[in-house]
Write a protein that binds this ligand. Sequence first.
Ligand code: ATP
Ligand code: MG
Length: 323
Amino acid sequence: MTHPPQGALAAAAAAVPGVDLPGLDRVLAIANDKGGVGKTSITANLAALYAAAGYRVLAVDLNRQANLSDDLGYRGTAIDDQGSGLLMALIAGQPLQPVEAPGRPGLHVVPGGVRLHDLTAVMTGRVQTEGAAWQRALARVLAPVASAYDLVLIDTPPENTLLIDLALGAARWLLMPTRTDAGGLVGMQLLAERFTVARRVNAPLGLLGVVLFGTSRTARAIHASVREQVEAAFGLPSSPMLTAMIGHSERIANQSRARGRVAHELESDAASQPAWWESLRRGERVQGRIPPTASNVAEDYRRLAAEVLDRLAAAEVQGATGE
Ligand SMILES: Nc1ncnc2c1ncn2[C@@H]1O[C@H](COP(=O)(O)OP(=O)(O)OP(=O)(O)O)[C@@H](O)[C@H]1O
Ligand SMILES: [Mg+2]
């Protein structure tokens, strides 16, 4: 499943050591320069859904805040090294050792956290000493482990060009969430620039799709306008916008992060909670209950998960047949 680089990009890529790293064909960076557009929620939900469906999945967290550890519920547990494993792999060449996410067989994680604090400064130094090859640092760290997984998802931080570049230097695909507001779209334009830069050292990098996040399902005119802006930013002939979108639901989002349970897990937790009148009789607070709207959000993520797999499969068939 290799995708030969093409044309001028191939020539540029060939000049960078380590460009032909194997096993990275199913590495997805979930990125947007803008904060709060759903990068972590999407990484957590897709990772847990794919693992539940029987895929072997690795989720890598490049964030200091490590919200992925909240969404997947491992913050402060024995596996939470707060990013030190990832840091040591990137700066000292130690082998990356993904760990199993508790309660989710098939899902491994490389935690992020406060230990990543120094990473940006170290990587800035590498830019001076290594030139363009520095951007393949994460690719080199992931390559020995990535082929053990069907999918590798990288959750990226906002407004951190170096770490975004690192993720785009390792990924085969970019999945970009955006909100429909102007801020999300500015972030998208900045990311489109980083995408072009990354392809100089990582020629196979492609845009898998753009996903609308936290939007009203019926705001069709707004969705159409965003679609146009996305097409213009990436200069693509066909729309990268995915049909699936994640509807707005702050209540489910808050419950999800507070409980460390992603949407489809909340949906099944909701189904097994006592009837509301029983809770009321027992004096339990109705506000603490999982609302039935968890199913809507879970369904949005299921659709997204399916569409992402469809796009991957279609792109891989195209790559294999050289179309
Ligand atoms: N379906 C949703 N509707 C509305 N808000 C949501 C939804 N899902 C998550 N949120 C909220 O949106 C905020 C941003 O989500 P998330 O953390 O996934 O974005 P992010 O891009 O990773 O942010 P950051 O750039 O800070 O890492 C969070 O407060 C989260 O609770
Ligand atoms: Mg995040």
